[in-house]
Write a protein that binds this ligand. Structure first.
Ligand code: NDP
Length: 244
């Protein structure tokens, strides 16, 4: 219950890693708002799971790549929560292709959601963030390590970690701490553990398996809580040793 009573916004909280983060923060005592792109049924299911466990949660549709929609989602969340203490930028897309197959559209889409969405969302949230607030960004080990056919996605995730380092310095005077969690392969709709791609990836993971969404949520809870009070501007890889 280390974050009891805190107010948390998790973008992309309807499914996968974001849903696990929302549930974990709620289980630790936070009131939670999530955003989602289009999957209202999944968003409602996340809210229902939190509320059936005794928590309080809200869901708002917000397209991360659309600045006005993203700003509206943040504003609605801040109003429902009565402020924001914990902002988790989790929403992301991956559109993998080799450079000869890349297009302007897939470049703009990935940078729009994965990078610009975070920039717009953080600026929208700043007036609602109290001193001592935490901003946690979900990057990827792809931001530091190349994998086949992922150069644009990797570039977005390198940008995510760079934004976090810069914001950590910009916002330190306000007591706002900013860190990046960089998952390795995690079993979700984006990266199912039973795919052919996964079978190739597992050979490169020392622990020999995909990660679970809860294993990312635990790290986010740590960065959101009192034990992380002297940590800002850092990245934490959670990848079964894949980037070692
Ligand atoms: P999923 O595809 O399983 O879930 C994505 C979530 O983000 C959903 O809640 C989805 O909403 C939301 N979302 C997608 N696009 C948008 C958008 N344009 N605007 C707003 N919300 C959006 O992904 P994961 O859970 O696997 O990934 C979560 C984060 O973790 C991403 O940033 C991803 O890059 C990162 N990551 C994932 C890894 C993995 O192996 N799974 C590895 C490394 C990093 P909706 O349900 O409405 O579609």
């Amino acid at each position: 219950m280390s974050i009891q009573g805190r107010k948390a916004l998790v973008t992309g909280g309807s499914r996968g890693i974001g849903a696990a983060i929302a549930k974990r923060l709620a289980a630790d005592g936070a009131t939670v708002a999530i955003t989602y792109a289009g999957n209202k049924a999944a968003a409602d299911a996340t809210v229902a799971a939190i509320e059936s466990a005794g928590g309080t949660a809200y869901a708002f549709q917000a397209e991360a790549a659309d600045p006005s929609s993203q700003r509206s989602g943040v504003a609605q969340a801040a109003a429902a929560l009565g402020g924001i203490d914990i902002l988790v930028h989790n929403a992301g897309v991956a559109e993998f292709s080799v450079v000869t197959e890349d297009s302007d559209e897939t470049f703009d889409r990935q940078f729009g959601v994965n990078v610009k969405g975070l920039h717009v969302g953080t600026r929208a949230a700043l007036p609602h963030l109290a001193g001592g607030a935490r901003i946690i960004l979900i990057g990827s080990i792809s931001g530091e390590k190349a994998f086949p056919a992922t150069s644009v996605y990797s570039a977005t995730k390198a940008a995510v970690a760079a934004l976090a380092r810069g914001w950590a310095k910009d916002l330190a005077p306000r007591g706002i701490l900013v860190n990046t969690v960089q998952p390795g392969p995690i079993d979700t709709d984006m990266n199912p553990a039973d795919s052919e791609f996964a079978q190739q990836m597992i050979g490169a993971i020392p622990l020999g398996r995909y990660g679970r969404v809860e294993e990312i949520a635990g790290a986010v809870a740590f960065f959101a809580g009192p034990d992380a009070s002297y940590i800002t501007g850092t990245t934490l890889n959670i990848d079964g040793g894949a980037s070692a």
